[in-house]
Design a protein. Structure first.
Length: 78
């Protein structure tokens, strides 16, 4: 499709991006600042782009992250 990036194809996340994935993590290694726990690698680029570049398919292990809901503590109010 014209004007559509290959990283925006539909998947379990709505589109394949690592930042909303439960397996995505940030490393302390400046050479490889991003990683994927599901596939077990660290990379300089976004892991979903590496997967697409090497396999020709969008990431098949993308899983939506469980977002924690912050609620008011219900504690003492002055």
């Amino acid at each position: 499709m014209r004007g559509q990036d290959t990283d925006t194809k539909n998947s379990g996340l709505g589109r394949t991006t690592c930042q909303g994935c439960a397996h995505y993590f940030v490393t302390w290694d400046p050479r490889f600042p991003r990683g994927c726990r599901a596939m077990g690698f660290k990379t300089k680029n976004m892991p979903c782009r590496e997967v697409h570049a090497n396999s020709g398919m969008p990431c098949q292990l993308a899983t939506p992250a469980n977002k924690k809901i912050r609620r008011a503590s219900g504690g003492w109010i002055a």
